[in-house]
Design a protein around this ligand. Structure first.
Ligand code: ARG
Length: 733
């Protein structure tokens, strides 16, 4: 295939040669072809001879010799030299002509280049960057496209998104873009947390705000919260007395509510309908207020656990509620739905609406692909949950006695505590254990009938693999989940269960892609100076502000820098600020924690977004100058040949030829930082090239045209690569 990656082509040929030498099937032994670390050792290396020699019981250098003999006819003109070095490394030197041809085949950019803001997308943001006139640099889609789900972002309703959701959003978006670029059918899923026990608390929080407003005491929640915090410091008696005050108020308000409701005047419902219908009324019930009331409810219930005698009469005249349990008892009301519980449903709807509005704004600002169409949250699976539990009950009914030796095994146990799935490995050992060493089951339903987070995940995977419709057919072949590393055990457990149930089989690739935490400069999880969680909008505001300062300090004392001076510095700062935050996240191996340091991300020095964006704008400007001086030449005309005479020219050419490889690696290994490293190396190679290989002052026209073409290819590669990372380049900055 044209423009298959060089690495893949080499690997295929070496694999065939190795198989011939070893007498095995070509896919059996990995030929261990890697890019060389040092140009002294060629462009790539094949490092398999040492391991293979052991297997064949012969000398590594002899094996290397045999591999070289077997691979040479396969490689043809691709390489200029294969040399054996050290204990048996094979150094691979690509032929200059091969490199020239490889780059020479990259077509000119499409006539109508995508408008500014490719990363933000046009009418169909999902596929705008992949539309027909999108500059793919001639890279074709893969031969065997797959149906892929990428699940990312997954914020929780009625809570601010935190930095963990920011990481998932940024990283997941790269997978969605890269896999779509590679030609796969990608469906993005935003599995928002819009169901579950926390909703009782959300509803109660909203109710508190409402009754306080009704009484004309809008500060009530805040006040009581402060009083409780203080009482906690004072004594259990003070806690009790503040709680008693809250309890009394709650009892009174509930009674009024029920009387009104019975007279056919459900004021809470009217209030909720009003905030749902009108933008203005939402001032009363902002996300911040809901969140703060939510924290209040949490604190009340936590403290009230110490005082079980504090009870609130149940307005529906069933047994009274413990003050510590009111929210818990509200959740099933929501889950049962129905006319009688309408306010609960409306409160939930409202919390969802207001949270999603907030997410939408943030996604737009971040320039990620996610839209409302990608939302399929936990609540969407609500009706499937009983079926999930029943199906597991049937499929895993044989219990421990049915166990076949040497097979992983799962059994459902259903007692008055809960419905649990127990899992064993092929050695008969429990697959999961508690810290104390006891077997750890996956709970899928509690005794009160409530389903769990894991039950929903089981429903979601079954849906995605069996029912989700793609253009080419039904059911995903690959599902990628992007969440923080702390969810590892949860994912392992439900995935093992889904395998045991036969929902996931060997044909599916279901991957949990995790990431580390964002740390402050004190090496502890990132928090505000006051110790609170950082609001993402505030974080982006600061990034933009700092980007503006960076641009100002760069331009200090320089006036009239011609086309380098941009008309709209603030717009540039906006783009640079967001890009800096995204890039700083992506450039680190996602598996490790990283330190969030403004100085290191908003800087023109080092592997940063400002540096990369500036490199792009600079190359464009070099090209524009050359084009102005020499009259826009067609650098892609058939008579223009790429030359790789100077070492820096060759280094740049080789790097350019490895773009496909860099993109493929992200699609396979799901490690975005490798693409960042590639792009940074590309920019650095370009700068070295530009220092030693004059473009404007090239000795002759042919050299100049070749170098202009290399400039253009570099800029296009940077634009494509950064676009796949979700970062827009600017033509001038
Ligand atoms: N909403 C969850 C949270 O914020 C993340 C969801 C992850 N995805 C999943 N399929 N469980 O923790």
């Amino acid at each position: 295939m044209k423009h298959d990656s060089i690495h893949h082509t080499l690997s295929t040929h070496f694999a065939a040669a190795v198989a011939e030498v070893a007498g095995t099937a070509p896919s059996e032994i990995d030929p261990a072809v890697r890019p060389a670390n040092d140009p002294k050792f060629g462009d790539y290396q094949c490092n398999v001879a040492m391991a293979l020699a052991k297997r064949l019981k012969s000398k590594p250098r002899d094996v290397a010799e045999q591999i070289v003999t077997a691979v040479t006819p396969r490689l043809g003109e691709m390489v200029s030299k294969l040399e054996i070095a050290g204990p048996g490394f094979i150094n691979i030197h690509l032929a200059d002509d091969f490199l020239k041809d490889y780059l020479g085949e990259i077509p000119a950019p499409p006539n109508s280049p995508p408008s500014q803001g490719g990363a933000r997308g046009g009418s169909d943001p999902a596929f705008a960057p992949l539309s027909a006139d999108f500059d793919r640099l001639g890279l074709p889609p893969v031969d065997a496209p797959e149906r892929v789900v990428v699940e990312y972002s997954q914020p929780n309703i009625a809570k601010q998104m935190h930095v963990g959701h920011l990481r998932s959003t940024i990283i997941g978006d790269v997978f969605a873009r890269v896999l779509a670029f590679e030609g796969h059918e990608v469906i993005r899923q935003n599995h928002i947390g819009d169901w579950g026990t926390q909703f009782g608390r959300v509803i109660l929080a909203i109710w508190h705000i409402y009754v306080a407003e009704e009484r004309g005491e809008p500060e009530y929640v805040e006040q009581k919260h402060t009083e409780l915090e203080q009482a906690k410091k004072d004594s259990p008696d003070s806690v009790r007395s503040v709680l008693e005050g809250i309890r009394q108020q709650q009892e009174e308000d509930l009674r009024k509510d029920v009387i009104a409701e019975e007279q056919g005047d459900d004021k809470f419902e009217v209030f909720l309908q009003k905030v749902l219908d009108s933008g203005e009324a939402r001032e009363l019930l902002t996300l911040e207020r809901i969140e703060s009331a939510y924290r209040f409810v949490n604190l009340v219930e936590e403290l009230a656990r110490g005082f079980p005698s504090l009870v609130v009469p149940n307005p529906r005249r069933e047994p009274p509620w413990r003050l510590s349990e009111v929210s818990r008892l509200l959740t099933p009301m929501l889950q049962k739905g129905g006319e009688k519980n309408k306010p609960e449903r409306l409160a939930w709807e409202y919390a969802r609406l207001i949270s999603l509005t907030n997410c939408r704004e943030l996604y737009e600002r971040l320039g990620v692909l996610l839209t409302d169409d990608d939302i399929r949250g936990e609540s969407a699976y609500e009706e499937d949950l009983p079926g999930i539990v029943n199906e597991l009950r049937q499929k895993l009914a044989t219990g421990v006695s049915g166990r076949v030796a040497k097979e992983p095994w799962a059994a459902v146990r259903d007692d008055d505590e809960a419905v649990c799935v127990f899992l064993w490995d092929e050695n008969g050992e429990p697959q999961f254990k508690t810290k104390e060493g006891d077997q750890l089951p996956l709970i899928i339903q509690k005794s009160d009938g409530a389903f769990l987070y894991a039950t929903t995940d089981l429903a979601a995977i079954r849906f995605r693999l069996k029912d989700l419709r793609f253009p080419s057919g039904v059911g995903a072949q690959r599902v990628i989940y992007v969440t923080d590393a702390r969810q590892k055990l949860h994912f392992q457990m439900w995935m093992a269960t889904a395998r045991a149930a036969g929902w996931i089989d060997d044909a599916h690739r279901v991957e949990h892609v995790t990431f580390g935490s964002v740390m402050g400069t004190d090496r502890r999880p990132l928090k505000t100076r006051e110790g609170g969680t950082i609001k993402l909008s505030a974080l982006l505001d600061e990034a933009e502000q700092r980007a503006l300062e960076l641009l100002n300090s760069r331009d200090e004392g320089t006036e009239g820098r011609g086309d380098e001076v941009a008309a709209d510095k603030e717009a540039i700062a906006r783009a640079v600020g967001v890009a800096a935050v995204k890039y700083a996240d992506l450039r680190n191996d996602r598996n490790s924690d990283y330190v969030f340091e403004w100085g290191k991300m908003i800087s023109f020095q080092g592997n940063t977004a400002p540096y990369m964006m500036y490199a792009y704008a600079r190359i464009r400007s070099i090209y524009r100058k050359a084009a102005e001086r020499f009259g826009s030449p067609d650098v892609y005309a058939p008579e223009v040949a790429i030359r790789v005479t100077e070492p820096a020219e060759r280094t740049l050419a080789l790097r350019l030829a490895r773009l496909r490889e860099a993109i493929d690696a992200v699609a396979t290994d799901l490690l975005p930082h490798t693409l960042c490293t590639y792009l940074y190396d590309l920019a650095s190679d370009f700068m070295k090239f530009y220092e030693t290989c004059p473009v404007l002052g090239a000795a002759d026209e042919a050299t100049r045209l070749s170098r202009m073409r290399l400039c253009d290819l570099t800029a296009r590669s940077l634009k494509l690569g950064l676009g796949l990372l979700g970062i827009d380049v600017l033509e001038r900055m």
